[in-house]
Design a protein. Structure first.
Length: 134
């Protein structure tokens, strides 16, 4: 089945903001073709260019509440982003690695912790790719 037909069918019941989000991800992914991802993989390197542009678009703030500068969306929108990146040939690992710790801070962090980190993450100025459980 043609990838575009699958994605169009799969996304037929989405809300307008979700369709716009997917459209923005597709536009981003047009600049990062299969050759880019093969070079990243072969070179065993971090996809810095992709992540930088992803952050500049404000996508790290997708699941951050609006009061902290984010979009205020949820897991469904984050899943759509990761699915679309993967469907377009990229790797969503670096995106997923950002969303997990953000979700933990949003759900379980103190007000002080949220105020300290979430606005910077939402603006793309602060990267957060890991967390530890003790």
């Amino acid at each position: 089945m043609n990838q575009d037909l699958y994605l169009d069918y799969h996304h037929r019941d989405l809300k307008e903001h979700q369709r716009l989000l997917i459209s923005n991800i597709r536009a981003l992914m047009e600049r990062y073709d299969d050759k880019y991802w093969l070079e990243v993989d072969a070179g065993e390197r971090f996809p810095e260019e992709f992540v930088r542009e992803y952050l500049e678009l404000g996508l790290a703030g997708l699941m951050i509440p609006e009061e902290y500068g984010g979009a205020g969306y949820g897991v469904q929108e984050a899943a759509l982003v990761m699915e679309e990146i993967s469907a377009c040939g990229g790797t969503a690992y670096h995106v997923r690695a950002m969303y997990y710790p953000i979700d933990i801070i949003v759900k379980h962090g103190s007000k002080q912790l949220k105020e300290k980190y979430l606005p910077g993450i939402a603006r793309g100025e602060l990267r957060l790719f890991a967390f530890a459980v003790t």
